[in-house]
Design a protein around this ligand. Sequence first.
Ligand code: C6P
Length: 387
Amino acid sequence: MQKVYLDNNATTLVDPKVKEAMDPFFTQIYGNPNSLHDFGTEPHPYMRLAFDRMYKAIDAPDSSDILITSCATESNNMVLKGVYFDILRHGKRPQIIISPVEHPCVTNTARFLSELGVEVIQLPLNSDGIVDGQILKKYIDPNKTALVSIMWANNETGLIFPVKELARIAHDNGALFHTDAVQAIGKIPVDVRDADVDFLTFSAHKFHGPKGIGGIYIREGLRLTPLLHGGEQMGGKRAGTVNVPSLIGMGYAMELAAENLEFEQTEVKRLRDKLEDSIASIPDTMVIGKRELRTPNTILVSVKGVEGESMIWDLNKKGVAASTGSACASESLEPNPTFVAIGFDSELAHTGIRLSLSRFTTEQEIDYTIDVFKESVERLRKISSSY
Ligand code: C6P
């Protein structure tokens, strides 16, 4: 049976070139980079190259910091909890602002902080499904807001947030600005200098790097209280021996992601649009979010009368991997929170299907998916109308 992977917002395949670059660091260049002997110093130039590649890919100034973490979940926890320890808990600025469609690693961390006394504001979305400058201006408090944390692109809809404008408003009001750029890197240009953000989160497995490694860009002059205490690795900012093979892979994967941006915005987009047009031609389907406001690889569609879960299982039987939304919320029976935030009733909020492409998706796979998707909708609608 043909297999088609259209869940690239959950994770991506490791680019074979990245895997090849990582290989020597398991069995040949395997010293602990904090050891003083030659085995320990041997990985240093390769690690430096990985950092240089990342600095270049996101246009980070040399004077800023890129901290290596185990994943975006850790990065987001570290930013929110770091700001809690550094600012919020002292009470002068006790408030953080987030969007209602952040990943659970932001919303649940914010909820945890609210139990410690932090005031958490979840902004409403505008009619396009994003937070705009007007909304932030209405809610930000120059005397209270310590941190605004708003994602660069949403993992379910692909909708892109106006991060540069939001960062400016945060700064005008004396607040720090963090963005979760997990779904932006490799899909749209991400330039920390131009966007003028203070903290930025990323995760290698979303851009054809390995799982289990991510990072935080930290603007020059800022610091975050560490989450992990222990040794002096990374200047004491995050204890624990760094995962060298994955760091090498992440650096190279980010460089390739930046090099392939043009391809993503032309060829991947062309295939996404072809799939989206075919799905949208099925009666009673609704694609969420204006196309020009979305990342080039993502479709979130509501198929009226068809439960998202049933559709996913039906597609899976034909070898097509899609999702109902975030992989980490796929076992929840609650309505999709993104749909709810956008204003859908609870029945429609169960009808979401996310299809996300990558630079490895082929035209033949898209043609196959179009046929399978149409057959699935027809079959499931027939079944539900027979009840
Ligand atoms: N979203 C999805 O199916 P980790 O796995 O910790 O590196 O990434 C977490 C994460 C953080 N922010 C955003 C915007 C994300 O999309 C994700 C991961 C996957 O949408 C898995 S839940």
